[in-house]
Design a protein around this ligand. Structure first.
Ligand code: GA4
Length: 333
């Protein structure tokens, strides 16, 4: 990370305009080992587009090992990390998010499903350690994908869809388009200076919805993540390094014909502590057709979205700014 001085955030006024909000205890909690999980998942997706998961089956060991490699990576000097950049679309990125002018108080690694590609991309920065990283990444990504499939099957059951794998099969496809992101938010001294009721907060990652089906996030014990509620107010999500958090993405909003809403979320920089998060974005095969699922359409309910391929949506999404409403173009009028 380049050390950003106050002058630097002044150069980017758009990352300094967030008011402080309070923590919330109302985040839905789903215990995957309990029989009521399927109904709680559906309720959470309808009300929040977001929930916290415990008993997720991902070993703490694989989490801790990968997290410590990530910490090692981000502690390297900037010119070393830069060798794995830029993130277009995969690799190391710093401050710039996407290709359309968004910036945040964040540095990150964007990685693919393809571990050979990741190794090649990371080896100029990681050296021989990139083989170790490759194994850790592959272990972590396959356990998180397993959890994602379990969640999608419970979701289908909770929605009373007969074909239990209707959603999970999109991820089981060998060419599913899943991506992995590790975000590092360095402490931001300006956040402390402004941390009162009227103060501003520095934006780590600007508000947006995820284009994919679902995203599975975990972080260290530093807060910063906020979600937007139906009434448009923002609540802070208390951090919990033992749990995962699930976001409904735009594609799932379409497949449920708007019954589930993709959650708008953002991250604020912390004044004192670094935040490290790892997010697995579950996208289908690029040729997969996304449309409202027929078994979820009741009587004369109208279809809110037209059918499109994941390739079409991804291409259009990547041409937008973070905070844009990406589904607008795909609504039926
Ligand atoms: C948001 C979700 C994922 O982080 C991501 C992001 C992507 C990027 O960082 O390149 C995008 C953003 C995300 C949506 C709109 C476009 C593309 C940045 C951006 C401004 C990797 C993704 O799939 O979409």
């Amino acid at each position: 990370m380049v050390v950003l001085s106050k002058t630097t955030t002044e150069q980017y006024p758009c990352i300094r305009n967030i008011k402080q909000t309070t923590f919330s205890t109302e985040i839905p909690l789903v215990d995957l080992s309990k029989p009521d999980a399927k109904n709680l998942i559906v309720k959470a997706c309808e009300e929040f587009g977001f929930f916290k998961v415990i008993n997720h089956g991902v070993s703490m060991e694989s989490i801790t090992l990968l997290e410590s490699e990530a910490v090692k990576f981000f502690s390297m000097p900037f010119n070393q990390k830069e060798k794995a950049g830029p993130a277009n679309p995969f690799g190391y990125g710093n401050k710039n998010i996407g290709q359309n002018g968004d910036v945040g108080w964040v540095e990150y690694l964007l990685l693919t499903n393809n571990q050979d590609f990741n190794s090649i991309r990371l080896s100029p920065a990681f050296g021989k350690d990139s083989d170790k990283l490759r194994c850790l990444l592959s272990d972590y990504m396959s356990s998180v994908k397993k959890m994602a499939c379990e969640i999608l099957e419970l979701m289908a059951e909770g929605l009373n869809i007969e074909q239990k794998n209707v959603l999970s099969k999109l991820l089981m496809d060998k060419d599913s388009d899943c991506i992995f992101r590790v975000n590092h938010y360095p402490p931001c001294p300006e956040s402390i200076l402004n941390n009162d009721d009227d103060g501003e907060n520095v934006i780590g990652f600007g508000e947006h919805t995820d284009p994919q089906i679902i995203s599975l996030l975990r972080s260290n014990n530093t807060s910063g993540l906020q979600i937007c509620l139906k009434d448009k107010s923002w609540i802070s999500v208390p951090s919990d390094h033992n749990s995962f958090f699930v976001n409904v993405g735009d594609s799932l909003q379409v497949m449920t014909n708007g019954r589930f809403k993709s959650v708008r979320h953002r991250v604020l920089a912390n004044g004192l502590k670094s935040r490290l998060s790892m997010i697995y974005f579950c996208g289908p095969n690029l040729s997969e057709k996304i449309a409202p699922l027929p078994f979820l359409i009741k009587g004369n309910e109208s279809l809110l979205y037209r059918e499109f391929t994941w390739f079409e949506y991804k291409k259009s999404a990547y041409a937008t700014r973070l905070s844009d409403n990406r589904l607008g173009h795909f609504e039926r009028i």
